[in-house]
Design a protein around this ligand. Structure first.
Ligand SMILES: N[C@@H](CCC(=O)N[C@@H](CS)C(=O)NCC(=O)O)C(=O)O
Length: 202
């Protein structure tokens, strides 16, 4: 039994999108919960078992899985048929894991720190910055249309997500803009927006 705790238009929207891409949305019990929003609306939801009250949280047969990249890896391992992840033994499994981990360990801190206008030598030494993130993405996308080659994968779904929420963070780099456009031309991009509009608390 799979349960996903989801707040519309949040970081859990990318997990809804993944469930759509995997064709398994109807196999998962989606529990809509509230979270505190930057505009002061919402609030912590006692119905959300996440230890920090955050989303996404996936629960599989009583076991909690938190953090988007862990949830994405878990789901693509569990449902390999669509080829959105890479299974143990596939040659680019390590590359897949690296993109997922790099997102959480580097890209999100870099984008959040940049949006907050924060800079410090320790931060630069640990995470580097936006130019380095852009350089890593560009270097790959100059070689292949998607991060793992010729096909869209869950790594693209995750790495494109901050540019979907914060279009203003999109670098003025044609290979990155074209990649975002390719990812967002997929039906799941529109479907998840419609799903969230329907499920957004009034
Ligand atoms: N690193 C986590 C971040 C999760 C997170 O911060 N989610 C936000 C929603 S966008 C949240 O639940 N915020 C509610 C809160 O901070 O209480 C992940 O990627 O899953």
């Amino acid at each position: 039994m799979l349960t996903l705790y989801h707040a519309p238009q949040s970081r859990s929207s990318r997990i809804i999108r993944l469930l759509m891409e995997l064709g398994i949305l109807d196999q998962v019990d989606i529990r809509i919960v509230t979270i505190p929003r930057h505009d002061g609306s919402g609030g912590a939801d006692p119905a959300n078992p996440h230890p920090e009250g955050k989303v996404p949280l996936l629960v599989h047969d009583g076991v909690e899985i938190w953090e988007s990249n862990a949830i994405i890896l878990y789901l693509t391992d569990l449902f390999p048929a669509q080829g959105l992840g890479r299974s143990v033994g596939e040659p680019d499994r390590g590359t897949y894991l690296s993109w997922l981990a790099w997102y959480g360990d580097v890209v999100e801190p870099v984008i959040v720190l940049d949006a907050a206008g924060l800079s410090h030598p320790y931060l630069d030494a640990t995470f580097r910055g936006v130019p380095e993130v852009v350089a890593r993405l560009s270097a790959q996308l100059e070689k292949t249309p998607y991060l793992l080659g010729s096909q869209f994968s869950a790594a693209d779904l995750l790495l494109v997500s901050p540019y979907v929420w914060f279009p203003q963070a999109t670098p003025d780099v044609p290979v990155i803009k074209d990649w975002i456009a390719r990812c967002q031309a997929r039906p799941s991009a529109q479907q998840v927006m419609e799903f969230d509009q329907v499920h957004m608390p009034a």
